[in-house]
Design a protein around this ligand. Structure first.
Ligand SMILES: Cc1cc2nc3c(=O)[nH]c(=O)nc-3n(C[C@H](O)[C@H](O)[C@H](O)COP(=O)(O)OP(=O)(O)OC[C@H]3O[C@@H](n4cnc5c(N)ncnc54)[C@H](O)[C@@H]3O)c2cc1C
Length: 393
């Protein structure tokens, strides 16, 4: 049992020199007017900002904190193709065609992000899905679960191959599973800040500007107001607090992570997730491991809007971190953030007032689906275009 005297929350990604050196943006303290207002400047909201600019529209974007103050700057940094529900399990509920359509959109999103931000930000290294965790099973229950997961990997391999999505068998130092060559990795804070830099010269972006109320055509903030014909609310975790009418459709849960001091570089050649995807880790070029998981083991506690790391989940992550690292580890940072879940794993893109569209509920995998949803939200707000059927309206 690992003992924590107290858990100070610091985000491992923020130690990156580029992130640490980023200047803050001003807050909004007046009334402004634009064609489009985007609330929430995570990866999703910034995609909506970019799309509005591409259409030649004027844009104001606001965030209650800094750019990527929420999960968008605090997540695992995995860029995995596909919806939250695995395509080979999507037949029940979603339908395979709908799941495949979203899968192809997410792969296109990786390519677009890579073209836009380059290899410093988007590392096109693929991903590994392991059956189980790295190393030998430690209990008979773990061994049995690994057998079942191994069969599931076989089924995923069969279905992806059948539909022309690149997948290979993985059998190596970490264990056995699948290698998905089209996936990628990033420092999520770097992605969001790079997008904000790219768009900030054209859109007016404000930090520390919480929205306090929204109606058709206007957003009231703590210090000002934005008048806009089209409004996109791109908030994943805590969306049910921002728009209480969505409680029941989207539910907030907490996900936790930690970062370690460098271990042998190259131990994790790409993002690696195991135990049915509940546990996940990536290693940066300096050897630091960024690892999260364990939500399923403490699920009741994690249905919360609180974002403090907790001893139980952190102990679990610390234990598995040594297995992912293949050696003892030293923890340097611990943190948590909120994400939104939906009952059938379909994200929401839903009009909440005429011209005001909210998106969120990415079920723990919003790095690629979030931008796709936010662009669909913008199209709905501007043109009335119905979102694709892989989104719930
Ligand atoms: C620990 C962890 C690990 C994860 N790992 C992965 C992963 O590896 N891959 C993956 O794809 N997904 C992962 N996710 C999920 C992913 O991070 C999220 O789905 C995604 O970042 C959501 O981005 P977003 O821009 O939609 O919303 P958010 O990140 O929730 O951003 C919303 C923004 O809105 C702002 N905001 C909130 N309320 C207001 C208000 N009233 N006024 C103004 N602004 C407001 C917030 O400050 C925030 O910056 C993980 C999440 C967590 C927490």
């Amino acid at each position: 049992m690992v003992v924590h005297e107290s858990i100070e929350s610091t985000v491992g990604w923020d130690a990156d020199p580029v992130v640490a050196a980023t200047a803050r943006r001003p807050s909004l303290d007046t009334e402004v007017t634009a064609d489009v207002c985007v609330i929430g400047l995570g990866g999703s909201g910034l995609a909506a900002v970019g799309e509005a600019l591409r259409r030649g529209l004027s844009v104001v974007g606001i965030d209650a904190g800094r750019v990527a103050a929420g999960a968008a700057g605090r997540n695992g940094g995995f860029l995995l193709g596909g919806p939250a529900i695995a395509v080979h399990q999507a037949g029940a509920g979603w339908g395979i065609e709908s799941a495949l359509a979203l899968y192809r959109e997410t792969l296109a999103e990786i390519r677009a992000l890579s073209d836009l931000l380059g290899p410093d930000v988007i590392r096109q290294v693929g991903s590994i899905r392991l059956a189980g965790l790295p190393g030998e099973p430690e209990t008979t229950a773990e061994a049995a679960d690994r057998e079942v997961e191994s069969t599931d990997c076989d089924e995923q391999f069969r279905v992806l191959t059948h539909h022309g999505i690149a997948v290979e068998r993985y059998d190596g130092e970490l264990g056995r599973g699948l290698y998905l060559p089209d996936d990628a990795a990033m420092n999520p804070a770097r992605r969001a800040l790079a997008l904000a830099d790219l768009y900030g010269g054209h859109a007016r972006l404000f930090e520390n500007t919480p929205m306090t109320s929204v109606e058709s055509g206007s957003v009231v903030t703590t210090g000002g107001r934005v008048n806009a014909g089209a409004i996109v609310i791109a908030v994943d975790g805590r969306l049910d607090l921002v728009l209480p009418e969505l409680a029941g459709r989207v539910r907030t849960t907490r996900l936790q992570m930690l970062a370690t001091a460098p271990v042998r570089p190259g131990r994790l050649p790409c993002p690696v997730y195991g135990r049915w995807g509940y546990d996940y880790a990536q290693q940066d070029p300096s050897g630091r491991i960024f690892i999260g998981g364990g939500r399923d083991r403490f699920a009741a506690d994690e249905w919360t809007t609180d974002t403090d790391p907790t001893p139980d989940v952190q102990d679990w992550i610390e234990t598995i971190a040594a297995r992912f690292a293949g050696q003892p580890i030293t923890v340097t940072h611990r943190w948590a953030a909120s994400v939104g879940y939906t009952a059938d794993a379909r994200p929401l893109v839903t009009e909440v007032r005429p011209g005001v569209v909210a998106c969120g509920g990415y079920n723990g995998t919003g790095n690629l689906v979030g931008p796709i949803a936010a662009r669909a939200a913008l199209s709905l707000a501007l043109d009335g275009t119905a979102p694709p059927e892989y989104f719930a309206t």
